[in-house]
Design a protein around this ligand. Structure first.
Ligand SMILES: *Cc1c(COP(=O)(O)O)cnc(C)c1O
Length: 636
């Protein structure tokens, strides 16, 4: 079914059995691409099942392939709405419109309209003789095999739209040879609108043709021509496959609130920026299962492959057994357990800080910390490649934000001079998440100290990665001094979930009392916290993981170079920059076919035109896997 874009007609008819008789409840039809058939069949069956007219005993679904050469594309009739207050006034409008079309015998036609109420199909009427032309007057003529032109999007929220369905039918009928117009009142008890349509006048929507609840509706096709031509008209109405284009939403002055959403998504598709998720059905490790197939995962932030470590599982189960899952409240109310306290002590010890505070995610940590520290105005100096959560924290603060050139300490100093302030913060990723390069921390700290600004470093990708024992960027540079605020996540090397701030007591006490993302959110599950605690124990208890990761980085870069791709990196984040979004997506697809899962990273995660494969290595990748990946990357 995957890429079947041939067109199929689906028809659904639902009926109820009353005293042995089949009573029609609802019917609908669509013309859709083959790959969308299952969704639409489902959608139509749902419609048959849930109709206000009754409960279906019988639903008939018919699917037929459509041959391209038997398909007619028509432009939708133009639409005008005629507001009326009562059905009586509505009928007068119909008479007036019939005259506009050129029908003389409007009174006679209106009298016949009532006769159609009991028919399933339409009456086909000769406008001069008022003779009925349907071969079977009980059944009438059914205009069928038609739909609006659709794209994937309209499909997804394709609920019943009376107006569109009526306009599609009216457009088909108005284009039928010999038909000069149509009158219709819906038989749906909830839909009181009717219309007169013709090629000449377009689609005139009349707002009230009956009282709500009434099933009195029907339609007349107005025929003008020779008797010999009746057959051709009926064939067109009942057999010709038609797709109607350019349907404009009703109330053009009142914009459909979903239209903007759809157009944004459409735009993304066009630019190869549309994203969808892959579903993994195994643990996050160097090998994962996607759609039943095994892949080498080379994109995960779980650099030390800890998340499914037996010790993590064992410890989490113990804590689950003792505490259950949900924490039931925020940390300041009922959601603080002994496990939470232990985690924060563990983080402080790991980062050699006085204290630490845990947040529900790294994202929340950045947003909460920055907006709390900078809630009195002042200036934030932020690296241009900082993570989105830092950017959002800056936006939420009351500070002015000054962006400096990536890892450029001269530019930072220059911008600080240009923006003197009482209260200032300089914030940077330690390892940049999409480029894998390392902050020049010694210079960064010198500048912050010289100008008495708070320094904050995001260790999302440096904890467990940088430094001989994986303690992070301070260990990497062998510094005595630390940034004022060490922020980090528990979700990457640590293999769990959550974020943190580590630093002096007074900082942590301040955040506990002011950081809204900490105060106003239910705390993490003790089980999640346990996973993080276990993660830190493993990083320190199995230092060979950090070492193996570093070796893998060296080896993989060497493989790339041997395959002709110049690459050097000090971190497991190794970007293969492609530039063009489509190219990056295609290369990622190629690697996927070869069994390597390395998604393309595109705008807005990286700047436009800098799309890339972001290779992320794990300590558990084998040399063979690394070499093979490098070869496939170079080959495509
Ligand atoms: C992933 C990441 C975050 C967000 O952390 P989560 O735990 O995923 O919410 C923050 N900063 C940087 C630099 C990151 O890479």
């Amino acid at each position: 079914m995957k890429s079947n874009n041939k067109l199929y007609s689906i028809k659904m008819r639902a009926s109820e059995n009353k005293d042995g008789r089949d009573i029609h409840i609802s019917g609908a039809e669509k013309i859709v691409e083959g790959r969308m058939l299952p969704e639409y069949i489902n959608c139509l069956v749902q419609r048959g099942l849930n109709h206000s007219k009754g409960e279906a005993d019988f639903i008939n679904v018919k699917v037929e392939k459509i041959n391209d050469d038997n398909l007619l594309y028509l432009d939708a009739l133009s639409v005008e709405t005629v507001e009326v207050d009562s059905p009586k006034q509505g009928k007068m409008e119909i008479m007036r419109l019939l005259k506009e079309i050129g029908v003389c015998n409007a009174d006679g036609i209106m009298e016949l309209l009532e006769e159609t109420y009991s028919m399933r199909g339409a009456m086909l009427l000769d406008i001069h003789s008022l003779k009925r032309l349907e071969p079977d007057t009980g059944r009438g003529i059914r205009a069928t095999y038609m739909d609006k032109e659709r794209n994937m999007l309209t499909g997804m929220q394709d609920t019943k739209n009376h107006f569109e369905e009526a306009l599609v039918l009216a457009t088909k009928v108005a284009n039928c040879p010999g038909i000069i117009g149509e009158i219709c009142i819906s038989d749906d008890p909830d839909y009181v609108t009717g219309y007169v349509a013709s090629k000449k006048t377009g689609y005139r929507r009349i707002t009230k043709m009956k009282e709500p609840g009434s099933e009195n509706g029907g339609r007349i096709f107005l025929f003008e021509g020779a008797e010999n031509d009746v057959e051709a008209a009926i064939t067109f109405l009942e057999k010709q496959r038609v797709i109607v284009r350019n349907i404009k939403p009703l109330n053009t002055n009142k914009k459909d609130r979903w239209e903007r959403i759809e157009s944004v998504l459409d735009d993304m598709r066009e630019k190869n920026l549309y994203r969808s998720m892959n579903t993994i059905s195994s643990a996050q490790s160097s090998h994962v299962v996607i759609n039943g197939r095994e892949f080498v995962l080379m994109a995960s932030n779980s650099y030390l492959d800890i998340s499914a470590h037996p010790y993590v599982k064992k410890y989490c189960l113990e804590v689950l057994d003792e505490y259950g899952f949900g924490s039931g409240g925020s940390r300041l109310t009922t959601g603080n357990t002994e496990i939470h306290d232990r985690l924060e002590k563990r983080i402080a010890k790991f980062k050699e800080c006085e204290a630490a505070l845990a947040f529900n995610s790294g994202y929340v940590a950045n947003v909460a910390i920055i907006s709390a520290i900078m809630n009195n105005g002042g200036v934030i100096f932020s690296d241009e490649l900082n993570h989105a959560s830092i950017i959002d924290g800056c936006r939420l603060s009351k500070a002015k934000v000054v962006v400096y050139r990536h890892n450029d300490m001269e530019d930072l100093e220059c911008k600080i001079r240009q923006n003197p302030c009482e209260n200032g913060l300089v914030v940077s990723d330690a390892v940049f998440s999409m480029d894998g390069d390392i902050l020049n921390l010694p210079e960064f700290l010198r500048v912050c100290n010289d100008y008495q600004l708070f320094s904050m470093v995001d260790e999302a990708h440096s904890t467990g990665v940088l430094g001989n024992t994986g303690h992070g960027i301070v260990e990497h540079f062998g510094l005595k001094e630390k940034p004022d605020i060490l922020m980090g996540t528990l979700s990457k090397s640590v293999g769990a979930e959550g974020g943190y701030a580590a630093g002096p007591y007074r900082l942590i006490e301040y955040l506990k009392n002011t950081a809204r993302g900490f105060i106003f959110s239910t705390s993490m599950s003790p089980v999640t916290v346990a996973a993080a605690l276990a993660g830190f124990d493993i990083i320190e208890g199995e230092p060979e993981r950090v070492e193996k990761l570093r070796e893998n980085v060296k080896y993989f870069c060497r493989c790339l170079r041997e395959c002709g791709i110049e690459q050097e990196s000090d971190t497991p984040i190794i970007p293969i920059i492609m530039g063009d979004e489509e190219k990056a997506v295609e290369k990622s697809k190629y690697l996927y076919e070869k069994g390597f899962y390395i998604p393309a990273i595109r705008y807005p995660t990286v700047p436009k035109g800098q799309a890339r494969l972001r290779v992320a290595l794990m300590s558990s990748h084998t040399k063979k896997e690394l070499r093979q990946a490098a070869e496939y990357i170079a080959k495509f």
